[in-house]
Design a protein around this ligand. Sequence first.
Ligand code: SF4
Length: 53
Amino acid sequence: MFADSNEVQRRQMLCAYCPLMIETFGIRRCKVCGCPIQSKTRLENEHCPVGKW
Ligand code: SF4
């Protein structure tokens, strides 16, 4: 299931300022788990691997 839009926004903000976020070929990924930020932050049961969200 998808997380609600406020939660998605909150997560994406945290990732945007996270030094562990990398961007390659225009795609933002989490350096720790390798997941694309765009989809990872939308899924309700996903979590940040270092406990930021
Ligand atoms: S998921 Fe966590 S560790 Fe990965 S980029 Fe986002 S805030 Fe940083």
